[in-house]
Each structure stands twice: as C-alpha cells, then as structure tokens.
Design a protein around this ligand. Structure first.
Ligand SMILES: Cc1ncc(COP(=O)(O)O)c(C=O)c1O
Length: 583
C-alpha cells in the first residue's frame, strides 16, 4: 500500500471511497448553489437563452429531468465555466481526447508561482536549483499518489509525451534476440504500433496483432496448460515478451479490461514472462486508474498530462515498476543520468534510480512545476474523478440516444456510430463518439465537409483516422492491403481526401471532457440535424458494398519501394480495380 494514501485500493463505487478527495477550502465558492433539478426555473440559466425556441430547449428539460442528479457537479457547472473557462466562451469544444482544456486558475496560479519564486536548473546546491528539485520531487509523489501507486512499487519517469514514454519502453526493454515476443491490440494508437520496429530489430519470432476475441480465446485455451513451465532451449535466462494495449481506444472510446493484466501474468513461468505496457493516454483524462495492487497492475503505464489537464503540454510520463530496474537496458546517456563516465572509451556508470537513469538531459522542470497547479485546480474545481465520471456518463448516455435516433424523413439513419456500447456503463465506454454522416440516399457526407461546417458554427471536433490504423480496420473494415494500395494510389494519412474510390476513409470524432455542458451537446445535435433531409421519403439507394466490390474486382500486385535511406522494401498488396480498368 502506498504510504500516506488514505483508503487505497480505490473502489469507485461511491465518492467517499475515492482517494482524490475534494479539499474543502479549495472548492469554488458559489454564492447561491443552483441545482439543475429545479427545472421550473431553468430559464434563469443564461445558456438556455442561446437555444431558446428550439427543439433543444425541450431536450434540455428532458435531459435535466432524467440526469440532474448526476450532471453538472451539483448545479455548479455554469459557474465553473464562467470562472474557469472564459476562453471557451465562443467555442463548442468537443475534442477532449485530442487535448482537454486548461482551467484559468491553473494558469493563473502557475504564473503567480513563477512571478514569486526563482526556479533554477535542478540538481545543484544553489537555492533556486534546490527549490526546483524540491518541487519536482513533490510532483513525482503527487503523480504516484494520484494513481494510488506505492513509491516502493513504481517510479515516475517524466517524458515529453505518451509517445516518448512508449518509445522509451521499446528502447529499454530486455529484448532477447530471436526470442522475445511482441503482441499488441489491434485498436492501438500508432505510437504503440511503432514499437514493432524494436521487436523486428531484435528478430522477434512472434510479432502479432491480437483482437479482443483472440485474447479471450487465448485465456480460455491457456488456462488448461497453466502448469506447463518449459525450460528455455539454450540457457537459463528468462525471456521477456511485451504485450501492449490501450486502457481506452482513442478511436471508439471502448475501454479494455484492466483485468487482462492479471490474466496475462498468470501464464508467466520462471523462464518466460510477459511485461505489460498500458497505454493510458486516452483513458486517464476522465477515468480513474489505480496501481495499488502492484502484482495485478501493468509494468509500464504511458500517459500525456495535457490530456488530463489541458496544461502543461510537452509533458508525459512513463510509470514503471521498480522491480524492473535491473533488467531494463539503458543504451544512450546524456546529462545527469550517470554516476561516472570516461570520455574516451566505452565506460560509463549509470545512476541506479530509475528516473535519474532514464531522464536524459534537463527535465522540463517548469512544466513539471506547472503540473502541480493543474492537479490542484482539478481537485478544487471538480473534487474528484467520480463526479467527472457521473457528469460525463449522463451527457454520453443522452448524446448516444439522440445520435442513434437521428433519421432522415425516409427513415434512414443520419449517423453511423462506431461503437457497440450504449454509453451508460462508464467501465466499458469512454465519452468518445466516432461516427460518419449519411445522406438520405445512403451516400456518405465526407468528414472534411462535416469538419468545415462544424468550424463555421464554432464547433471543434476532430476528423480522420486518429492515428489508429487498427480502429480503422475494425470499424471501417479497411484491410492493410487496402491501406497499402491506397497509399500507392496517392492516399496518405491526414490529407483532404475523405471519400476514396467510393469509400469513406475516416470519420468524425466528438469527445467530451469534464467541462462539457449539455448546451455543447445540444449545439452539436442542432448542427447534425441540419443534415437531415426532410424532402424525400424515397428509400435509400441500394449501393453496392465496397467490400463486395473489392472481393470481385481485385488483383494481387507485387512491388518494391526505395526509401530515402536507400532501403528497399518489398510490398505485396491486393489492389481494388476501378471498373474502368476492367473494360
Ligand atoms: C491512446 C493514445 N495513445 C497515445 C497517444 C499519443 O499521445 P501523445 O501525442 O501525447 O504522445 C494518444 C494521443 O491521442 C492516444 O490517444
């Protein structure tokens, strides 16, 4: 158990059980607490005026009738927005998985801190340096405490972002050449997929993408053989494999079970162990993560702080188990990571402490100091993640219901939503809505068009494939062959081509955050309703499915690409043929 952390392990059933207790002095003071369940008086809330005389007004009443006990932090949401987010005034911000928005008080108190103290480069004995060191250490402890991690079990290594944390795992992992496996979930961010390069470099015989279904059947099959502890073929050293998965998919918002860690670890033997990297970047923005039970928790957790607090940017962390210290392999060194070094030969002695050994160069000490202000502000404004989760579940359940009921006059659905959940259970689904918009005839409205129209209305959402090629494969049914073929025909990530050869090649993502209001949600719905076609009752056209097309009209192609570094890469892919090519 983490010393000084009351009440862990955290069970998130009620606010009282939470570690992150709202501090009483810190809470925003409201002259007159206004509760949203006072529906008769709802006109007093200034944000209603903007959507008066519209279906949204009655929808707001409908929403409040059902969700006022969960929504809005006990009636404080409007005051929170006014005090803390004046910069959101003319914006409907719905890209919280991209980055959430910083509160004013965090920025103000950080600025005050900078104005009132002199922070120097840490790790020296002068007073400004010592002040920085002291603050940085305090923040390290705060991060561990936030995740209920015992400092005896885990350490925080500060990085530039989640991607740098993930890359660090690849660099320091104890790969055994020709033996270590690397498996990763299909719905991973590219930052995880990139780890494949380290596995390939180490001639891994087993680099595999797994789906949720694969994992479940693996758990079932392996449990029959769990006592088999085969010795290694050559020597007695343990072979480590790596398994990486996201706690929450940044494409669909699906949350993957944290209980997988325990299941995977139960197959470890003396000779073969799987270390688990949890990509928590999308998850921790509004979901609590507890590392209190070390043995059932991931070995590495990667995250970016701007996704949790909006500020500071340029700061992430790799939270690592201390017990791995002796097997993690540090190659490069720079700055204070060493105890001693010879300048002219291969001799250097690394520091023992994980964070000292792994944080090359000067740490981003001012941003780390800023992080403390963000933790304080978050606690002061929202109390704890329990309230944030309640708030978001109410908005998400409502938005899901409304989105899935939007129809054209002819009955065809306006939106195709990429999720299998109904958003009422926050343990399965985060507040991400990934969808595409269709016309009444069933044809796609390109996501770039939706993005531009949303922009005109002050709605900030994100479109594309969200650096998640596996998410694209799962939800839009794109095979790697098709992606490769598309590339060779000119389709690249993040370009403006949203419909390629008749297929939609990405989607629209709306993601909610702690400060999202029902008015933001209603504004989004009002915007989407503009696409509803009330002029035709003709049924949608029967479009030929592009999957069927690719089955019938395809050709296997082999080719090689020469990269700028002169590496030649052989590619085999299956090309969809344009009907003209068949003539
Ligand atoms: C699940 C997930 N992993 C990793 C990343 C990469 O984060 P960063 O760009 O901060 O390194 C993101 C960013 O959106 C993400 O959502």
């Amino acid at each position: 158990m983490a010393p000084g952390v009351p009440g862990i392990p955290v069970k998130l059933d009620s606010p009282r059980e939470l570690n992150h207790k709202p501090s009483k002095e810190g809470l925003v003071k409201f002259s007159k607490p206004r509760r949203y369940n006072d529906i008769e008086k709802f006109d007093q809330f200034e944000r209603f005026d903007k959507i008066d005389n519209s279906p949204e007004k009655s929808e707001k009443v409908e929403f409040l009738r059902e969700f006022s006990n969960k929504y809005g932090y006990n009636g404080k949401i409007d005051t929170i927005i006014d005090h803390e987010y004046p910069h959101l005034k003319n914006t409907t911000y719905l890209d919280h998985t991209g980055a959430t928005i910083y509160p004013k008080s965090a920025v103000d108190s950080f600025a005050d801190d900078l104005r009132n103290h002199c922070f120097g480069n840490p790790h020296s004995k002068n007073s400004s340096s010592q002040l920085s060191t002291e603050r940085v250490n305090r923040v390290r402890a705060r991060v561990l405490n936030y995740f209920n991690a015992d400092p005896n079990d885990y350490q925080v290594i500060f990085t530039q972002n989640a991607t740098a944390a993930i890359k660090m795992v690849g660099e320091v992992f104890p790969w055994t050449y020709g033996k270590s496996s690397f498996r990763y979930m299909r719905e991973n961010h590219n930052s995880i997929v990139g780890l494949r390069r380290f596995a390939e470099e180490n001639n891994s015989p087993d680099v595999k993408v797994v789906t949720e279904k694969d994992l479940e059947s693996m758990f079932n099959a392996y449990s029959e053989h769990r006592n088999v502890n085969l010795p290694p073929e050559t020597n007695n050293s343990t072979v480590y494999g790596l398994f990486a998965y996201p706690a929450q998919c940044n494409f669909s918002g699906r949350k993957f079970p944290l209980s997988w860690v325990k299941k995977i670890k139960s197959f470890d033997t003396d000779y073969s162990k799987i270390l688990i990297l949890l990509d928590a970047a999308a998850y921790v923005s509004c979901s609590p993560l507890s590392l209190a039970d070390k043995d059932d928790s991931p070995d590495f957790v990667a995250l970016s702080f701007y996704k949790m607090f909006g500020f500071p940017t340029g700061l992430g962390a790799l939270i690592v188990k201390n017990e791995l210290s002796s097997i993690l392999k540090k190659r490069y060194f720079g700055g204070g990571t060493l105890r001693a070094v010879a300048f002219d030969r291969s001799w250097q002695m690394f520091r023992r402490d994980l964070s000292e050994r792994f944080e090359d160069g000067t740490i981003n000490f001012l941003n780390i100091i800023a992080l403390e202000h963000s933790f304080n502000a978050m606690e002061k404004i929202y109390g704890n993640l329990f309230y944030v989760r309640e708030h978001l579940t109410s908005l998400s359940t409502f938005l899901y219901r409304k989105l899935s009921s939007l129809r054209h006059l002819n009955g065809s659905p306006l939106c195709v939503l990429y999720s299998n959940n109904d958003y009422s259970d926050s343990s399965l689904q985060g507040p991400i809505f990934n969808f595409n918009v269709k016309r009444a005839d069933g044809s796609w409205i390109g996501y770039r068009e939706v993005e531009a129209a949303a922009n005109e209305r002050g709605i900030n959402l994100r479109v594309g494939a969200f650096c998640n090629p596996g998410g694209l494969a799962k939800w839009l049914k794109f095979t790697p062959d098709q992606v490769m073929a598309g590339f060779l025909e000119g389709k690249v990530c993040d370009d403006d081509i949203d419909i390629f050869k008749g297929r939609i090649v990405g989607s629209v993502r709306v993601s909610l955050g702690a400060m999202t209001t029902i008015d933001d949600v209603l504004k989004l719905l009002a915007f989407l309703r503009e696409y509803i076609d009330n002029t035709t009752s003709a049924p949608p056209l029967q479009h030929k499915s592009s999957r069927v097309m690719s089955k019938h009209l395809s050709q296997k192609v082999e080719m090689s690409i020469t990269h700028p570094n002169m590496m030649v890469e052989k590619m085999t892919y299956t090309r969809d043929l344009h009907p003209k090519q068949l003539e």
